[in-house]
Design a protein around this ligand. Structure first.
Ligand SMILES: [Zn+2]
Length: 147
């Protein structure tokens, strides 16, 4: 399949580090999974404070805030399955099979993102590797080479 980012996904990538934006573009170009970009990948301090209040973010120490170069160094990505987005599926999931599919799709997204990052020689990090893997949509530029 040939996939294209929606207009809103394109808008949600504005002010994200251009070399980071290349990674989901490449991942999408593989034609394996349809992907979207979550709103507010670039955040002002005000937006982030609001996110913490709403419980969708945990810290002000986030790469979604403008870094020294003025760009966000993090981006939040989700997938579609048969045209339904990940968050809708998470809400309507009923069976273990549904939940397994959702888990598989997040992991498949990560595999595509890493494949893209390797081909672009980009030092990618993923929130799905964090303790409790609570931030599966979250990808970022690593500050240094992983050992
Ligand atoms: Zn994030």
């Amino acid at each position: 399949m040939e996939y294209k980012f929606s207009k809103s996904s394109e808008e949600n990538m504005v002010m994200v580090l251009p070399e980071l934006v290349e990674v989901p573009r490449k991942a999408l170009s593989f034609g394996v999974l349809d992907l979207g970009i979550i709103k507010d990948s670039f955040r002002t301090e005000e937006i982030q404070r609001d996110n913490i209040k709403k419980g969708v973010s945990k810290t002000m120490d986030t790469l979604h805030l403008p870094q020294n170069d003025g760009y966000s160094h993090a981006i939040d990505i989700f997938w579609y399955h048969n045209g339904v987005d990940a968050f809708t599926l998470e809400i309507i999931a009923k069976t273990d099979k549904d939940r397994q599919l959702i888990k598989d799709k997040w992991n498949q997204t990560a595999a595509l993102m890493y494949e893209a990052a390797i081909s672009l020689n980009f030092n990618l990090g993923w929130g799905g590797f964090w303790k409790g893997n609570w931030d599966k949509p979250h990808y970022y530029k690593r500050r240094s080479r992983a050992k």
